[in-house]
Design a protein around this ligand. Structure first.
Ligand SMILES: NC(=O)c1ccc[n+]([C@@H]2O[C@H](COP(=O)([O-])OP(=O)(O)OC[C@H]3O[C@@H](n4cnc5c(N)ncnc54)[C@H](OP(=O)(O)O)[C@@H]3O)[C@@H](O)[C@H]2O)c1
Length: 305
């Protein structure tokens, strides 16, 4: 595993984070084992949201932590707020209530990093700023970020929010890489030139914001992995060949492809299979050659003009 600095100059975090969206069905002891084994493998960053499993994921994670009190100090807990049933809500009242609920469910005194989950179309930067000030000053939240936000949406928030926006969590995988391909197809009338995010890669790099790719092994929206998937046969052959070359697995190469980006992204992996988590933790030490990185990009169907 490699370690990087993201939301704090004083804290090193594993370059691969673990997402807890799929843990709702675990018992307390299974959750304790999942967290302990992950920590053993070098992971120290866990991503949540108030809505995962209808709140169950945070509660299950908290029940695991309660069984092994030594774990809390070894990990960073990130959670998100702002999505409600059929609406998004960045009101001060909702942000504060959500954080209180998350603290209770997780059984912790502090959320290390809080993200705004999806841009609220009715967002008032001043209201978010009041919520963040209270959460920071009361010690309930240590640092802040966003998710699924464009560059200009972050700029808008920054007109009022005093704390740094340190993280932007975005969907990004080999098969879902418009954030990357648009940079090689500027001003061209082709699919890969469509920019959906306000050139977010460059913006985040210029502003020291860590991008956290979510669903790094999926091609669909949350579901449908491209690995071992016949619809992506050519890509999978390439990944397996490179896995042999680098002494890892297809999963390992898929994550190494994201880690090769020079701005040091922090993929959020959602596997709860300890064997896969071990493969990925080892793959974090692989550095793909420039030739192999571009080979994967082209095999996935993206263009270089
Ligand atoms: N900010 C947002 O809007 C947003 C949205 C969605 C997710 N997220 C975050 O991102 C995290 C990761 O998302 P994700 O779970 O979609 O990530 P992922 O790592 O792309 O996918 C994990 C899923 O793929 C399965 N998988 C992996 N390799 C496989 C293979 N070779 N064959 C079959 N299945 C395979 C895993 O099963 P096993 O468990 O069996 O390995 C697991 O169910 C979430 O937990 C959440 O924290 C954020």
């Amino acid at each position: 595993m490699k370690y990087i600095k993201t939301f704090s100059e004083n804290i090193e975090v594993s370059q691969v984070a673990l997402g807890c969206m799929r843990i709702a069905d675990m018992s307390a002891s299974e959750a304790e084992r999942y967290i302990s084994e992950a920590v053993e493998l070098g992971y120290n960053y866990f991503d949540h949201a108030d809505i995962y499993g209808g709140g169950e994921c945070e509660r299950v994670f908290g029940s695991g932590l309660a069984l092994n009190k030594s774990l809390r100090d070894k990990i960073i807990i990130q959670t998100k707020c702002g999505i409600r049933k059929e609406m998004y809500d960045f009101s001060k009242e909702h942000i504060l209530n959500s954080v209180d609920n998350s603290l209770k469910s997780l059984g912790v005194e502090k959320i290390d990093v809080l993200l705004l989950h999806r841009p609220d179309l009715l967002m008032e930067p001043e209201e978010v700023a009041e919520a963040f000030d209270y959460l920071y000053e009361s010690g309930k939240v240590g640092a802040f970020g966003v998710s699924n936000h464009s560059a200009s949406q972050i700029e808008l928030l920054k007109t009022a929010v005093k704390q740094d926006i340190k993280i932007n969590q975005m969907q990004l995988s080999i098969t879902n890489a418009t954030m990357i391909s648009s940079g090689a197809n500027v001003n061209l009338q082709n699919r890969d030139g469509i920019n959906y995010d306000g050139y977010l890669r460059d913006y985040c790099r210029l502003n020291s914001i860590t991008v956290q790719p979510w669903s790094p092994l999926q091609h669909g929206f949350i579901s449908g992995t491209f690995l071992e998937n016949p619809d992506f046969e050519e890509l999978n052959i390439k990944l397996r060949n490179l896995a042999e070359k680098y002494g890892t697995t297809d999963t390992g190469i898929a994550i190494a492809w994201l880690l090769r980006l020079p701005e040091k992204m922090q993929p959020v992996v959602g596997s709860i299979n300890v064997t896969r988590l071990e493969e990925i933790s080892k793959a974090a030490d692989i550095s793909l050659s420039r030739e192999d990185w571009y080979d994967i990009y082209l095999t996935a169907g993206y263009k270089l003009p």
